[in-house]
Design a protein around this ligand. Structure first.
Ligand code: 3PY
Ligand code: MG
Length: 260
């Protein structure tokens, strides 16, 4: 198994992804054919279940987009099931401590590096037994920094053995900082971003951002992130529909809320 997104992050090349929140094969296939570097199924907030993931992930793994899954938490069961379903990496939300990061990393790695149990259904299908030899190297374990405690501990989290990247959830981070959700220009927010990117760089891993708009991706690149998402299926649908309606009625383009 080769994780092309991870290879990009490790080489220092910037990559752009998107999120899948809707349980629809045609939407997954449409995004998979758009040339995103990675696509992440959101099992934390998305409107889809593990059964949907099983049905949709083959649409991604048949293309060059790297399939990722945001799991509910750092528990081994959810991480193992996402990887067994064919995810090449997991994004773990709300990581507060290095212990939690270590728990997530252990769940991503087979012994002796971790405690992942063998049963990679889709990996064996696509890569045969070679999957077992490559998984520890290729699976990406990504810890979200989006709480006050996570920010306090970010250097220790970044230094956790087996972690591939940090990932910022900007609105939860706003809550953690006690600033208005979406106030991404707030000096406290910018300072936190600078600290997170520096912690990742110091640890020799990548940093990524959940982009609330396509425009935020360019800012993320300037801030030193290695990867960012340009939007979600729902946001793309809403923006496309709003633009189509405005054009059809001869009205100026309407600003749409970014994000989900
Ligand atoms: C956040 O903004 O906190 C996110 O995790 C986006 O889903
Ligand atoms: Mg969040």
């Amino acid at each position: 198994m080769k994780n092309e997104a991870l290879a990009k992050w490790q080489s220092g090349a910037f990559s752009v992804g998107a999120w899948i929140n809707l349980p629809d094969l045609h939407i997954a296939e449409t995004l998979a054919r758009m040339d995103f570097d990675w696509l992440c199924f959101d099992l934390q907030h998305g409107l889809l279940s593990y059964s949907h993931l099983l049905a949709l992930i083959p649409a991604i793994s048949a293309t060059r987009a790297t399939p990722l899954v945001r799991v509910a938490d750092a528990q081994a069961a959810g991480i193992g099931r996402a990887l067994d379903a064919g995810a090449h990496g997991v994004i773990v939300p709300m990581v507060d401590t290095a212990d939690q990061a270590a728990q997530a990393a252990a769940a991503c790695r087979y012994p002796p590096l971790g405690t992942r149990s063998c049963g990679p259904m889709r990996g064996l299908l696509t890569d045969g037994m070679g999957y077992l030899a490559s998984a520890n190297r290729e699976v990406a374990c990504i810890a979200m920094i989006e709480t006050a405690r996570g920010l306090d501990n970010v250097e220790a989290i970044a230094a956790t053995e087996g972690l591939s990247a940090l990932f910022v959830g900007p609105v939860d981070l706003c809550f953690g900082l006690g600033i208005a959700p979406g106030d991404f220009g707030n000096p406290a927010f910018v300072k936190a971003i600078t600290r997170i990117v520096a912690a990742a760089r110091e640890a020799g891993i990548a940093a990524g951002l959940f982009g609330y708009s396509p425009e935020s991706v360019a800012t993320a690149k300037d801030q030193g992130f290695a990867f960012a998402s340009a939007g979600t299926d729902i946001a793309f649908l809403r923006k496309g529909a709003a633009d189509a309606l405005a054009i059809a009625r001869g009205e100026p383009a309407r600003a749409t809320r970014g994000g989900y």
